[in-house]
Design a protein around this ligand. Structure first.
Ligand SMILES: [Zn+2]
Length: 120
């Protein structure tokens, strides 16, 4: 419900009075863009809302203290990087673009090599 709007100057004197009809005009759907969220803002707002109607995930013992519903889980393992192991040159696919080695053995070798480099 919108009633008349009074606009005051900084010194408190009445500058302009918008009557109810004008106010409704200002806020009607035709002028919606002027006060509604912009598409970008709307998208951002929607992205803050989880789509899951049951956001709590049971931890198994009956307590609904799993994932906090207000945290949007945006981390997805859908990114995969084709990399080459720095030790054996084998092709590896990792979710992490910083991955350097294919296995723990290669990782240990790599760490040893790095230490050697640092010493020399
Ligand atoms: Zn390797």
């Amino acid at each position: 419900m919108i009633s008349g709007i009074k606009i005051y100057k900084g010194d408190g004197t009445l500058k302009q009075e918008i009557n109810k009809e004008e106010a409704l005009q200002l806020y009607n759907d035709a002028n919606r863009e002027a006060w509604d969220l912009s598409p970008t803002e709307r998208k951002r707002w929607n992205s803050l809302i989880t789509e899951d109607p049951t956001p709590y995930i049971s931890s198994g013992n009956g307590n609904r203290n799993g994932i906090k519903p207000w945290i949007k889980r945006s981390h997805k393992w859908n990114k995969q990087y084709k990399l080459n192991c720095v030790i054996c040159k084998k092709e590896i696919i990792r979710a992490n673009s910083q991955a350097k080695t294919c296995s723990n053995e290669c990782k240990n070798t790599h760490i040893r090599n790095m230490r050697k480099e640092r010493r020399s």
